[in-house]
Design a protein around this ligand. Structure first.
Ligand SMILES: Nc1ncnc2c1ncn2[C@@H]1O[C@H](COP(=O)(O)OP(=O)(O)OP(=O)(O)O)[C@@H](O)[C@H]1O
Ligand SMILES: [Mg+2]
Length: 362
């Protein structure tokens, strides 16, 4: 074996490169002329080209900067290095160019190279998810402790105000005491919602995602009977999975209700629309893990979009962009979906807001 070269096919029966299909990084093996000998599944997906098309072709033309790979291949041929790294962009047929970190390593047999590509977007996204998860955890603990601190004296304040109410003779003073009782009740309801996710036991059964969607659809149409269309775009091949039906209904309901509230103006015009779209996603990475299969439920509305000022914080508790909102709906939804090892993401612009719920499937 050449010094510094890797023999990646030796462990694989039949000396094939099939094991590279298990990687979530994009990978290809090139021969001495730079022609693709093998392209793994992740690379096929990223380029939108099948392995059959890729094999035998020149990988350099798939880059916006083909000379970078050509130079690396020359270096590999001349034995200038064992591994080389550079940054480039992959040209994709059906999507915009994908920035990648490229590693070219010399492997056996002589002249062959392994090209690994790490999507930069994926790295950035994973770092961002990680940061958000840590922040969310810290917020949750703070809110929970604060809610407990408020809850304890609140009962005493309410009780004392009620006693006062009974003893006060002047009606206007009674009214003041009534205000205290009323406000204490309002605060109690808020605190109860803040603590709800910590109280909710996780009840697991077989869940059919379309049954969840239909339930939510019926509830929201009853609440907003005119001017709102809820379109179903279901992939009915999605299997049932183990989960907590009522938590998932609550999560989807919170998201669809937000969409409906954002559509108020369009409802008046009669063209408000929410799409419930279900799909199966393959080989997706979220929440630090890679999943072979995941359920993808999109709630898409044609409303004005999430206000820019709160876009980065909508999943945080008490962040609201509308009058009368308590800013807990999305926090609860995210908590319930996370209990299913899932994640909710949001992509929003004027005229199209897409909340995507991802949940791993067995
Ligand atoms: N589909 C959407 N379109 C536009 N803005 C949205 C959408 N969904 C959420 N938002 C914004 O995100 C904010 C936070 O939503 P969240 O459900 O957490 O709280 P809320 O709706 O204000 O109050 P709550 O749900 O607790 O009654 C909303 O107030 C709204 O400004
Ligand atoms: Mg809400």
């Amino acid at each position: 074996m050449m010094p510094g070269s890797r023999n990646i096919s030796a462990q694989v029966p039949g000396s094939s490169y099939q094991a590279l299909d298990l990687l979530c990084t994009l990978a290809a093996v090139l021969d001495a002329s730079g022609a693709v000998q093998f392209a793994n599944a992740a690379l096929e997906n990223a380029l939108g080209l099948s392995r059959r098309v890729l094999e035998g072709s020149d990988l350099a033309v798939c880059f916006m900067e083909p000379t970078l790979l050509d130079k690396a291949l020359c270096g590999a041929r001349d034995n200038d290095f064992a591994a080389l790294r550079f940054e480039a962009s992959l040209r994709r047929s059906a999507a915009e160019a994908l920035p990648v970190h490229v590693t070219v390593s010399v492997i056996e047999p002589v002249g062959h190279v392994l090209v690994e590509l790490w999507p930069l977007e994926q790295q950035v996204r994973q770092d961002r998810e990680e940061r958000l998860r840590e922040q969310a955890q810290a917020h949750k603990e703070l809110i929970r402790n604060l809610a407990h601190e408020i809850k304890n004296p609140l009962g005493g304040i309410r009780g004392a105000a009620q006693l006062l109410q009974m003893d006060l003779i002047l009606p206007e003073l009674q009214e003041y005491a009534e205000v205290i009782v009323h406000e204490a009740d309002r605060l109690q309801a808020l605190v109860d919602r803040l603590l709800a996710p910590h109280r909710h036991p996780h009840h697991v059964s077989d869940v059919n995602v379309h049954e969840v969607c239909e339930h939510v659809r019926t509830l929201v149409l009853a609440e907003f009977p005119s001017g709102l269309g809820i379109v179903r775009d279901y992939d009915t091949s999605i299997p049932e999975f183990r989960g907590d039906r009522s938590q998932l209904i609550q999560a989807v309901l919170n998201i669809v209700q937000n969409a409906a509230l954002a559509l108020r103006e369009r409802m008046a015009e009669g063209d408000a629309e929410i799409v419930l779209r279900t799909r199966v996603a393959r080989q997706v990475t979220f929440g630090r893990q890679r999943y072979r299969l995941a359920l993808e439920l999109h709630v898409i509305d044609n409303g004005p979009g999430v206000p820019d000022a709160i876009k980065e914080r909508i999943f945080y508790p008490l962040v609201s962009g509308r009058d009368g909102g308590s800013g807990l709906g999305l926090t609860l939804a995210q908590t319930f979906v996370q209990r299913h090892q899932g994640l909710i993401e949001c992509d929003s612009q004027q005229g199209r807001t897409d909340f995507r719920i991802l949940i791993p499937l067995p």
